[in-house]
Design a binder for this molecule. Structure first.
Ligand code: WQD
Length: 342
């Protein structure tokens, strides 16, 4: 069965393509390569033995989507990853985020309706919760005013999906609210491509460990947490990818309790920045200089998931621990630098 994977050359998208293929699906990849490289297709082929159909298109463009769908009229579902996701960039350039992230979703929904494709898995984010009042955060925790235009595009996107489903009974969707995806496929052949200076903690750590950066700046040690540094729920990208296949199968198997469902994808374990830094050093036996500096504007103090709904209702649970997450991230960094000499 063919599944359209928009943003399938990206970090989470590429790992999901692997899991879809392992589960017997045929992923059709659409990606404009704005945050990826064509070499990802080689990595996917090495892992799966399959050269996936790849369309280098901007999914905001309906004409390009219609060309793809004319080639593949038997697509039964869409996993929509394609979006810009850098929080700080969204603050500097909000219109780029509103236009790209919302127009791509609208185009996808329109072609799904026009081509009678019923099933949508949407890539959402825990940023919709802002700083939760109660932790761990549940799916029915209040969605709070977004702390960035990026986070706002995810909130608005979920509303667009919800409203579209009410107007078009054919459609059904599952939004997956990711916590902090890190790590890489155990082969080291795919991972989070480090294009530019990493905003996220773990890619910055691995670039320090390999000598590309001098030290890790720990943003703030005066938070109201055990060691003063901010807490997040880090989840292995492979566990996250597997959840997308589970969600897709739930819809294909008509197992949904309603046509629109939302699930948190986390581990339920909150870890601080210093815990990540120290675990990385211990797990990988590397030197990792770090310095405590001021807080980063826009960061929430602490957030981690209540995973009971996803565990019980979706029948999915994150299995990989923080050591495997950080070991695989380090393996990917070493593989990438060895094979992409700059
Ligand atoms: C994690 C922690 C930083 C870098 C972002 C997006 C979110 C989601 C996941 C898409 C924070 C600290 C970071 C550094 C540091 N992406 N940090 N030094 O901000 O929790 O979430 O990625 O959905 O939408 O907002 O992830 O990795 O940037 O930060 O101390 O060099 O590490 O302050 O506490 P974040 P992050």
């Amino acid at each position: 069965m063919k599944i359209l994977v928009t943003g399938g050359m990206g970090y989470i998208g590429s790992h999901t393509v692997v899991e879809l293929s392992k589960a017997g699906f045929t992923p059709i990849i659409a990606d404009n390569l704005s945050n990826s490289q064509i070499s990802v297709l080689d990595g996917l082929e090495k892992i799966t033995g399959t050269r996936f159909a790849f369309y280098p298109i901007d999914v905001c463009r309906k004409d390009a989507l219609n060309t793809l769908l004319a080639d593949h009229p038997d697509i039964q579902g869409v996993i929509h990853f394609a979006a810009k996701k850098a929080v700080n960039e969204s603050v500097v350039n909000p219109l780029l985020y509103y236009s790209n992230n919302l127009n791509s979703l609208i185009s996808i929904l329109e072609v799904m309706i026009e081509h009678h494709i019923p099933n949508l898995v949407f890539s959402s984010s825990c940023t919709v919760y802002g700083q939760p009042d109660v932790l761990p955060v549940k799916e029915d925790s209040p969605v709070k005013p977004a702390m960035s235009p990026y986070g706002n595009t995810k909130q608005i996107a979920e509303e667009i999906i919800s409203d579209s489903l009410l107007a078009h009974p054919l459609l059904r969707a599952i939004s997956l609210r990711y916590f902090n995806p890190i790590g890489a496929h155990h082969s080291g052949l795919i991972g989070e491509l480090p294009l530019g200076v990493p905003a996220n903690l773990v890619p910055y750590i691995t670039q320090c460990a390999i000598g590309l950066r001098s030290k890790v700046m720990v943003y703030g040690s005066d938070y109201n947490t055990p060691d003063g540094t901010a807490i997040r729920d880090y989840i292995h990208v492979v566990d996250l990818a597997k959840a997308h296949v589970v969600a897709l199968k739930r819809m294909l198997g008509n197992k949904q309790k309603s046509s629109y469902e939302v699930f948190n994808l986390g581990t339920g374990i909150g870890l601080s920045v210093l815990q990540i830094v120290k675990t990385f050093i211990q797990t990988n036996q590397v030197n990792l200089p770090y310095e405590i500096v001021d807080r980063r504007a826009g960061d929430v103090e602490q957030v981690w998931a209540d995973t009971s709904y996803a565990n019980e209702e979706l029948g999915w649970k994150a299995l990989l621990g923080i050591e495997e997450m950080l070991a695989s991230a380090w393996k990917w960094e070493q593989y990438y630098r060895t094979n992409n000499k700059q």
